[in-house]
Design a protein around this ligand. Structure first.
Ligand SMILES: C[S@@+](CC[C@H](N)C(=O)[O-])C[C@H]1O[C@@H](n2cnc3c(N)ncnc32)[C@H](O)[C@@H]1O
Length: 266
């Protein structure tokens, strides 16, 4: 994707700042378990938490978790709302800073992050704005870098995110606290902006969630063995028709990832 010259005003619009401690733990866990190599091989393990919200908890936690993989990891929290940048300053420390910025991802020395996270940011934009935001964000990644863009509920029990590389979207991950899942239908209301309005008949995401729900119903006999067994069984049967990109190790964590190409809007 092409680079762009830096604009003088942050690109984007300030939106509600709702956040919560530990809200993004499923994403953090996936990064440090599944995408470790992005951090390990980085010359400079620099991550950005874009749109961290009214309080900087998710950025603080991201730094702590990334440092378990790379003790020299750095996190920059970027926010378009200047009051939220000011409110975060007491949390700054070596390796963690807070700056004003938007989709242009302004970093000192024009540094490029290996990891860029935008959680619960695009959900408040129009669907038509997503492609341009992705393109801008991806163009700021270091070579081999990763953008995670997605949505979750207030306390992070249900989460759906898209992982993108510098060349664009690659996978969609569904992650849940299984004991509170109910059924896979609950993911419908947490779909990222690029998919949420496409959950209608004729679109791949609708077919996928319908198949997931059917697989869940068919796996009901496994419920007495525990919700994890039922989830594992459902996901295993999905693998017959959908290009899943992960396996039992992640499924056991209440996750499943699907190749973007199979879920991309028509
Ligand atoms: C709902 S909060 C999400 C907070 C946190 N990421 C989380 O998931 O808990 C969304 C935040 O994104 C910020 N925001 C919206 N558009 C932005 C942009 N283009 N660049 C940076 N921040 C943005 C808003 O100001 C708001 O504080």
């Amino acid at each position: 994707m092409a680079g762009r010259s830096a604009p003088s005003r942050p690109v984007g619009t300030a939106t509600r700042g709702t956040t919560n401690p530990n809200r993004l733990r499923r994403m953090d866990r996936w990064i440090t378990a599944e995408r470790t190599e992005v951090l390990r091989r980085a010359r400079r393990p620099l991550a950005v938490d874009l749109g961290y919200g009214a309080a900087p908890w998710t950025a603080v936690e991201l730094l702590e978790r990334l440092r378990r993989v790379r003790p020299d990891a750095e996190v920059v929290g970027l926010e378009i709302d200047p009051d939220r940048v000011a409110a975060a300053q007491p949390y700054a420390r070596p390796g963690l800073s807070f700056r004003r910025g938007g989709f242009e991802v302004p970093l000192p020395g024009d540094a490029r992050p290996v990891l860029l996270r935008a959680a619960n940011v695009l959900r408040q934009y129009e669907e038509a704005e997503v492609a341009a935001a992705w393109e801008r964000l991806c163009s700021r990644l270091a070579p081999g870098g990763l953008l995670l863009e997605g949505t979750c509920d207030e306390i992070g029990r249900r989460h759906v995110w898209i992982a993108l590389g510098p060349d664009g979207p690659r996978t969609v991950t569904f992650a849940a606290r299984l004991s509170h899942l109910g059924s896979p239908a609950v993911f419908a209301e947490r779909l990222p902006k690029a998919l949420i309005h496409r959950n209608v008949p004729g679109e791949p995401i609708h077919a996928f969630l319908s198949d997931f729900e059917r697989a869940w119903a068919a796996a009901a006999p496994y419920a007495p063995l525990g919700v994890r067994q039922r989830w594992m069984r459902s996901v295993r049967s999905l693998a017959a028709d959908w290009p899943l990109t992960d396996g039992p190790k992640r499924w056991r964590q209440g996750e499943v990832s699907v190749a973007w190409g199979a879920l991309a809007p028509r």
